[in-house]
Design a protein. Structure first.
Length: 238
């Protein structure tokens, strides 16, 4: 598959040295004629060095190294800004821990030809979440709670596997999303829906990471609840 669109695939990294090489190689093996951007928060495990080694092989691989750990939300905003400044047509974000299958990228690209925003969903027909026990419970029922209160009509709010057609999203800027941490992903959905932008869900299979450690701190649950309340209040008064 080859696209005439200029495509950027992005992932944020912090201590992903065990996964990043396989991720990049698997993306490259799809032969999708795209560029890859890695934003690394100065990982002490040498993640950036592994990316730099691969840059000698892959000329379509770009790396930004930030001085310290600044968070997922700012990494996504920086990448979105990079994509717009470099005149990419499509911007696709994904996790770096191999929980998102690069073989599904072609489905995002196909759907982004028709839709301005596409999100990979674990909770629609054909989708699956292979998390274990507590994490699965929190993810599944967390998304159900968000769906109930936001009433947007989709089943997935928290995965980062999502695509933006920048040509169709002239009125949307990721930098306007104010929520921090993992709530950023939920708030992005809210902001896109508020603009009347059509959201397309496609099924994905989400795998639990097999190497490295989850970066989700326990306080994120409470921050998400707080931010959901703020968003619902905004929606009510709007």
């Amino acid at each position: 598959m080859s696209s005439t669109k200029k495509i950027l695939v992005f992932t944020a990294t912090y201590n992903e040295s065990e996964n990043i090489v396989k991720l990049i190689q698997t993306i490259e093996n799809q032969n999708l004629n795209l560029d890859i951007l890695i934003i690394d928060d100065n990982s002490p495990d040498g993640t950036a060095s592994k990316v730099e080694n691969l840059q000698r092989i892959y000329k379509n691989l770009f790396l930004m190294i930030r001085e310290k750990k600044e968070g997922l939300d700012t990494a996504h905003k920086n990448a979105f800004k990079f994509a717009k400044e470099k005149n990419y047509d499509l911007f696709i974000s994904m996790d770096a821990d191999l929980s998102h299958d690069p073989r599904e990228l072609k489905n995002f690209i196909l759907e982004l030809e028709k839709y301005p925003f596409v999100i990979g969903s674990r909770y629609i027909d054909g989708g699956e979440c292979l998390m274990k026990k507590k994490r699965l419970f929190l993810s599944k029922y967390g998304n159900l709670i968000i769906k109930y209160f936001l009433n947007i009509g989709i089943s997935e709010y928290t995965t980062s596997y999502r695509g933006f057609n920048l040509n169709k999203l002239k009125n949307f800027d990721l930098n306007l999303v104010q929520s921090k941490g993992y709530s950023f992903f939920m708030d992005t959905i809210f902001q896109i829906n508020s603009l009347g932008i059509n959201i397309k869900e496609i099924p994905i299979i989400f795998k639990d990471r097999s190497k490295g450690h989850s970066k989700i701190p326990k306080f994120e649950i409470f921050r998400t609840i707080k931010n959901l309340i703020i968003i619902v209040i905004k929606k009510f008064f709007k």
